[in-house]
Design a binder for this molecule. Structure first.
Ligand code: FE2
Ligand code: FE2
Length: 272
């Protein structure tokens, strides 16, 4: 299997500088860093699934697709801001951020738990790029995010399929599934995102975890609409084998939406 699209499929000639939103541009620069750094996660997952050759091959392709997301977003950011250098920013980010190396087991406690956590991440990225696609006016960015959101959804399905396979041998209780999924949702990725923001947007000032994390969060929270959050939550419910169409999922989606709006309000106050 090979990648479904390449950078040559993007309609770069349709780029319209007048439609670039500076807030979205800043966020895209940071997202490009995290996506382009996928190789570290490939190494980690190869360690976790070291004797599963078929899954390792799928993870290799997954990593190539994630890196391509970074390359597409980075190239768009260079078009939108000719003073931005994707390669220089990425080199700064790689110097500053590394995931823990040498793990041979999952930090989630089991392979099944690791696959649930991967699904949660792909739910998040799928809704994030859907939200940018739906809110952006610039046609090239819309086209890129449409393709990336499709990839993220397929990644979710890949890890969900693998989760089902592994859970036949290593089933997790409902409480454990909930704990792993909720833990991943609330896990502080602050440092990775704050550093990505800092390295790609404000590298000439001292790094401040809280300030740069807030700067990223303010921009990111602006692009979401309720349906993006509700859909992501239904996907998380589905992988946990909970009823994604039931009242609990609907109630939690409304709660999550209120929580995100509150967080946005708080971040604005903090930044002010
Ligand atoms: Fe991605
Ligand atoms: Fe992905």
């Amino acid at each position: 299997m090979s990648r479904r699209w390449t950078l040559d499929d993007i309609p770069w000639h349709r780029f319209d500088a007048a439609q670039v939103d500076p807030a979205v541009l800043a966020m895209v620069k940071a997202a490009a860093m995290v996506e382009a750094n996928a190789a570290d996660y490939v190494d980690y997952l190869h360690g976790v699934f070291q004797d599963d050759e078929a899954l390792k091959a799928a993870i290799t392709l997954w990593g190539e697709e994630e890196a391509q997301h970074g390359a597409a977003l980075g190239r768009w950011a260079e078009l939108a801001d000719p003073s931005f250098s994707f390669s220089d920013s990425l080199a700064r980010f790689r110097e500053s951020f590394r995931i823990p190396e040498g793990a041979s087991g999952s930090v989630r406690g089991s392979r099944t738990g690791e696959l649930i956590a991967r699904c949660v991440v792909e739910c998040g990225t799928s809704s994030f790029y859907s939200a940018i696609r739906d809110s952006a006016d610039e046609p090239v960015l819309k086209a890129i995010c449409h393709r990336i959101a499709g990839d993220e959804f397929r990644h979710y399905k890949l890890f969900r399929q693998q989760y089902r396979r592994y859970s036949e041998r290593q089933p997790l209780s409902a409480l454990k599934r909930l704990t792993v999924a909720a833990g991943r949702v609330f896990e502080a990725e602050d440092e990775e995102l704050a550093l990505a923001w800092y390295c790609s947007n404000q590298p000439n000032e001292p790094f401040d975890l809280r300030r740069h994390s807030a700067a990223y969060g303010i921009k990111a929270l602006q692009v979401y609409r309720f349906e993006h959050i509700a859909r992501a939550l239904r996907m998380v419910f589905k992988v946990c084998d909970f009823n994604a169409r039931g009242p609990a999922a609907a109630w939690l989606a409304r709660l999550a939406w209120r929580g995100l709006r509150l967080r946005g309000w708080w971040l604005h106050r903090y930044a002010a």
